[in-house]
Design a protein around this ligand. Structure first.
Ligand code: NAI
Length: 496
C-alpha cells in the first residue's frame, strides 16, 4: 500500500494525487509504491475526486479542498474516474481538462519489447506521439433539440485555442528532435472549423522552419496509420478526431494498458492513463498499471526528475522484456502476475537496463513546470480585430412540415425590398430555389436571408426580422451571416 512520505524535505515537490474509481486505487498504489522505491522526490497530497464525491452532492465531482490543492500545486496525477450515469452530470475527466485549460493532450505510443503485436512480430518499430486539442470541438457539449426530431450540436474551433495546441506541439517536436509533424483534419468537409485549425497549424509552423510539415485528411490518416505506422512521428488533431485516432494508436502498440497521457496547460497539468475504470476487473488485483506508470514517467520528465524517470522506465522495459506480464497481455503459457506482483517485479528490477530498447536519457532537460500564479481575472484569448467586419444576413432555423416552396412564398411576402431570400436548406442540403425531388426532409429548415446591393445589417435588424417572421413561422434558432475582411464567415449549403 502506497503511503505518503513521512518527512518532507524542502526539495520534494508537492503534487495532488487522486486515486480514482474502479481499478484506480489498485493501479495508483502500485505506481506510488514504485515511485517510493525509486526515491522519487515528490510529496503526494491525496485529494477527493470521483464518483463517491458526485454522490455526496459535489456537482463537479470534487471537493473545494481538492480544487484548491490542484490550483496551488499545479500538477494532478489521477486514476480513472467514473461519472454517475443518467443523472445529468458532466464527465469529471472532461470538466477537469476544460476548467483548468489543459489545452494539449499528449499521448505517446511506443513499441515495447515483451508486448507482442502484429507490428512488433513483423519488426516494424512504432514511436508515435498524438497531440490532441483538449478543450474545444464537440467537447463544448453544447447541444439542443431544435424540434422533437432534430438534435443539433455545436462544434467550437477557435483561432487562439488552436494556436495554443499547435505551439505546444511544435515546441515538443523541437525538444524531442522530431523531424516531421502532421496535422490531421477533415477540412474538406468542415471548411470553417477544421479549416481554421489547419490555417493556424501552417501559421505556427513558420516559426519552426527546421521541422517538415504536412496535412492529412483524418480518414486517410486512419488507414495509413494501420498500413505504415512507422511513417509517423507526431500528429496534431482536433479533439474528437484526436480521441478516436489515439485509441487506434493504442491498438497498434498492444492496447489501452500501454497508453499514457499528459494534459498540458500553462498553469495546471494533469497526468493520467487513457483507459477507464475497468469495472469488469475492479477489486481483483489484476489490472495492468503500466499505462498509469508511463503517465507518471511523463509527469516526472515534465517536472525535470529525469534520473528517476530513466531508472524506472528501464526497470519497466527490463520487466516486460523478461516476459513478466499481467493478464491482459503477454505470453498466455506463462502465468500472469497480479497488479501487486507486477509492481514488485518492477521494484526488484530497479537498476536493471533492458537489452533491446533502453529509456531515452535526457540529461540536460529542464523542468517544464511553472508554479501556477492565480490571475486577477480570467484570461481572454483573442486575435487582432479586422477592420472590415460586417453582417450580411441571417440564417433562421424554423420548425415546419410544409414543402420548401410554400415556406419560401410565405417568407417573401414579409421581406422589404432591401432583403432577399437566398436559399432554404434541410439537413444542410439546399431544397429551394432548386433541389431534387428525391431529397428527403425532416421537420426543421434553415432559411437564408441576405441584404441586397451590399446592404449591411446589424444585430438589431436581424432580431427585428426574426420577430416579424415569428408571427407566421415557428423559430428554433437564429445565426448571423458575418463577413471578416474578404472572408465569408459561414458555409454554403450542399448544392448551393
Ligand atoms: P475501460 O478502459 O475502463 O475498459 C475497457 C476494457 O479494457 C475493459 O475490458 C477493461 O477491463 C480493460 N482495461 C482497461 N484498463 C485496463 C488495465 N489497466 N488493465 C487491464 N485491463 C484494462 O473503458 P469502459 O469500460 O468504456 O469505461 C469504464 C468507465 O471508465 C466508464 O465510467 C467511463 O466513463 C470511465 N472512463 C474514464 C476515463 C478517465 O478517467 N480518463 C477514460 C475512459 C473511461
Amino acid at each position: 500500500m502506497a503511503k505518503k512520505k513521512a518527512s518532507t524535505p524542502q526539495s520534494f515537490q508537492r503534487i495532488s494525487v487522486a486515486s480514482g474509481d474502479g481499478i484506480g486505487p489498485e493501479i495508483m498504489n502500485a505506481v506510488l509504491d514504485i515511485f517510493n522505491a525509486a526515491d522519487v522526490p515528490l510529496t503526494y497530497e491525496m485529494v477527493h475526486m470521483g464518483k463517491h464525491w458526485f454522490e455526496q452532492g459535489h456537482s463537479t465531482g470534487m471537493t473545494e479542498d481538492a480544487k484548491d490543492s490542484i490550483e496551488t500545486n499545479g500538477i494532478l496525477f489521477k486514476g480513472p474516474m467514473e461519472t454517475p450515469k443518467g443523472k445529468g452530470m458532466k464527465s469529471l475527466n472532461v470538466t477537469a481538462r476544460k476548467m483548468w485549460n489543459t489545452y494539449a493532450n499528449r499521448r505517446v505510443f511506443k513499441t515495447l519489447h515483451g508486448v507482442d503485436t502484429v507490428y512488433s512480430k513483423a519488426g516494424i518499430p512504432i514511436n508515435l506521439t498524438i497531440i490532441r486539442e483538449n478543450i474545444e470541438d464537440t467537447y463544448g457539449g453544447i447541444e439542443h433539440m431544435l424540434t422533437r426530431d432534430v438534435a443539433l450540436g455545436r462544434r467550437f474551433i477557435t483561432r487562439e485555442g488552436s494556436r495554443q495546441v499547435h505551439k505546444f506541439a511544435f515546441e515538443m517536436a523541437r525538444k524531442e528532435g522530431i523531424t516531421k509533424v502532421f496535422c490531421g483534419h477533415k477540412a474538406n468537409i468542415m471548411k470553417l472549423t477544421d479549416g481554421l485549425f489547419l490555417d493556424v497549424f501552417y501559421e505556427v509552423a513558420k516559426d519552426y522552419p527546421e521541422i517538415k510539415t504536412a496535412d492529412i485528411i483524418v480518414d486517410d490518416l486512419a488507414m495509413k496509420l494501420v498500413v505504415k505506422p512507422q511513417d509517423f512521428q507526431m500528429v496534431i488533431l482536433p479533439n474528437l478526431q484526436g480521441d478516436i485516432i489515439s485509441d487506434l494508436c493504442a491498438g497498434l502498440v498492444g492496447g489501452l494498458g500501454f497508453a499514457p497521457s499528459a494534459n498540458i496547460g500553462d498553469n495546471i497539468c494533469i497526468f493520467e492513463a487513457v483507459h477507464g475504470t475497468a469495472p469488469d476487473i475492479t477489486g481483483q488485483n489484476k489490472a495492468n498499471p503500466t499505462a498509469l506508470l508511463m503517465s507518471g514517467l511523463m509527469m516526472l520528465r515534465h517536472l525535470g526528475i529525469m534520473k528517476q524517470a530513466s531508472i524506472i522506465e528501464n526497470a519497466l522495459l527490463y520487466t516486460l522484456e523478461k516476459g513478466i506480464h499481467t493478464g491482459d497481455f503477454g505470453d498466455k503459457s506463462v502465468t500472469s502476475k497480479s497488479t501487486n506482483e507486477f509492481a514488485k517485479a518492477i521494484i526488484s528490477n530497479l537498476g536493471q537496463v533492458p537489452k533491446k530498447g533502453k529509456a531515452k536519457e535526457m540529461e540536460n532537460s529542464e523542468s517544464l513546470f511553472k508554479k501556477p500564479v492565480k490571475p486577477e481575472i480570467q484570461k481572454m484569448l483573442t486575435s487582432p480585430k479586422l477592420e472590415k467586419e460586417a453582417i450580411l444576413g441571417m440564417d433562421l432555423f424554423i420548425e415546419s412540415e410544409k414543402q420548401a416552396n410554400e415556406i419560401a412564398a410565405q417568407v417573401k411576402l414579409k421581406l422589404h425590398p432591401g432583403l432577399k431570400l437566398v436559399m432554404i436548406s434541410n439537413r444542410g442540403t439546399q431544397v429551394w430555389p432548386s433541389s431534387s425531388i428525391f431529397t428527403e426532409c425532416v421537420n426543421q429548415y434553415r432559411i437564408r436571408i441576405e441584404g441586397t446591393k451590399g446592404l449591411r445589417l446589424n444585430d438589431t435588424d436581424v432580431l427585428a426580422l426574426a420577430t416579424l417572421l415569428s408571427k407566421s413561422l415557428k423559430i428554433c434558432s437564429v445565426e448571423m451571416l458575418n463577413l471578416y475582411g474578404e472572408k465569408r464567415g459561414y458555409s454554403l449549403a450542399q448544392g448551393q
